[in-house]
Design a protein around this ligand. Structure first.
Ligand SMILES: C[S@@+](CC[C@H](N)C(=O)[O-])C[C@H]1O[C@@H](n2cnc3c(N)ncnc32)[C@H](O)[C@@H]1O
Length: 249
């Protein structure tokens, strides 16, 4: 079977930061990743997007080089990081073998078409004892009144390839050794009204190409349900968990 295409984020570049937590989220991610970069001077982010995580790491003293397939996302990253960004595909990195101290990926492996090839590329470019940090896209949300409605969208989300188990399997196939694994907690405030607006604007990638009939049958009732909640403009606390894995070469 032919590998799937990567999903470029060109179409969401101008709304990406506002819909995904922006620099605040980037700083939280950077703080989680930074302890694994001790002594690393050559650090690469694959799927750097608008550069919010790399900018957070820059504030912590790490100069990251970021690559992405989306020119529009990269232009935002360039505004944050300067010349340390390049257009490149994670499946074929323009980097020498054994040359990099650490590579990290945040919310990327479910989009790259062939995630095992990307992990193999990470292993190739890492120097011996170099680190690979992966924040996988699979999300678990603690229940609240919004989640009651939101979970009806689960059927539309493509089965995510980037489970912790799969990531570990791809890494092991490239002779990377798991050195740490945990659930990363992300907490933010979001109102049902704002969430309904984000759905209506198709901010999430799984809604980009949804047909009109499925939208009317599945998504519109969720939007209506969110707007129909008591006090819909009051922000709720949203707690989500993602897989956080660290490998060594
Ligand atoms: C959800 S965004 C994550 C951006 C950033 N890591 C963050 O946490 O904000 C995923 C990014 O991966 C990029 N991407 C998708 N496939 C890729 C590939 N094969 N190689 C490099 N980047 C890719 C997309 O263009 C997009 O900018």
């Amino acid at each position: 079977m032919a590998a799937a295409e990567s999903i470029s984020f060109d179409r969401i570049a101008d709304r990406y930061d506002e819909s995904r937590g922006g620099e605040g989220r980037g700083q939280v991610m950077a703080t989680e990743i930074e302890p694994y970069l001790a002594g690393a001077s050559r650090v690469v982010e694959i799927g750097v997007g608008t550069g919010v995580v790399a900018a957070g790491l820059a504030r912590l003293g790490h100069n990251v080089v970021g690559v992405d397939i989306s020119a529009d996302m990269l232009s935002r990253a360039h505004a944050r990081l300067g010349a340390r960004v390049a257009r490149a595909d994670g499946r074929s990195l323009p980097l020498r073998t054994d040359s990099i101290d650490a590579v990290y990926l945040v919310w990327v492996l479910h989009l790259v078409g062939d995630p095992s090839a990307v992990v193999a590329e990470c292993a190739r470019v890492l120097r011996p004892s170099g680190r690979l940090v992966v924040v996988a896209g699979l999300v678990h949300t603690e229940p609240n009144d919004m989640a009651e409605h939101e979970r009806r969208l689960d059927a539309l989300r493509k089965r995510r390839p980037d489970t912790a188990e799969s990531v570990s399997t791809w890494a092991s196939a490239s002779d990377l050794v798991l050195v740490d694994q945990r659930q990363l907690q992300e907490t933010f405030e979001h109102s049902p009204a704002d969430h309904a607006d984000a759905l209506e604007q198709r901010a999430a990638s799984f809604l980009w190409d949804l047909d009109t009939a499925t939208w009317a049958e599945v998504v519109q009732p969720v939007i209506d349900g969110l707007r129909g909640l008591l006090d819909p403009t009051r922000a709720r606390r949203v707690v989500q968990y993602r897989d956080f894995l660290v490998f060594s070469r």
